[in-house]
Design a binder for this molecule. Structure first.
Ligand code: SF4
Ligand code: SF4
Length: 141
């Protein structure tokens, strides 16, 4: 590089602000189509499990406690998810969305990568192993 060009670049660097962003102190709006953490709407879910069957990464487990009463626990393995959006396509009831706003997903804890969506009592019951694989949970009887 010529000395003149170098001096010009150095002096420009003093005049112009750096192009780097001071993240996380300043944040830009995320693009609308960014694929962040998967969100699940329990109101619309019918427990068909198509999302779990079609997920190529095995990132979804739907635990069915009581299908009639729509008591489901949606287990999402964030660390397996490739954000391909196949589950969003497969769900015929519009329950799933990859949030453009929820994308800061790093964690030092492994537990943070297994998420349970659902009512607290249902999550506790599912984790205690009382959900039946055929959907005939204890409250069905
Ligand atoms: S976005 Fe893809 S990898 Fe992630 S849960 Fe949905 S289907 Fe599975
Ligand atoms: S595909 Fe949709 S309706 Fe079916 S279990 Fe998944 S989220 Fe629920």
């Amino acid at each position: 590089m010529k000395i003149g060009t170098m001096l010009k670049d150095v002096s420009l660097a003093f005049i112009h602000r750096p192009v780097t962003e001071r993240y996380p102190y300043t944040r830009q709006a995320t693009p609308e189509r960014l694929r962040g953490r998967l969100q699940w709407d329990p109101e619309k879910c019918i427990g068909c499990e198509l999302c779990a069957m079609d997920c190529p990464s095995g990132a979804i487990d739907l635990m069915v406690l009581d299908k009639k009463a729509k008591r489901f626990v949606f287990c999402y393995h964030l660390d397996r998810c490739t954000f391909c959006a196949q589950c969003v396509q497969s769900c015929r009831h519009g329950c799933l969305e990859l949030s453009a706003d929820d994308w800061e997903l790093a964690s030092l804890s492994r537990e943070a990568f297994t998420l349970y969506y659902g009512e607290d009592k249902d999550v506790r019951e599912a984790l205690a192993g009382t959900a039946s694989p055929d959907g005939s949970g204890p409250s069905n009887s």
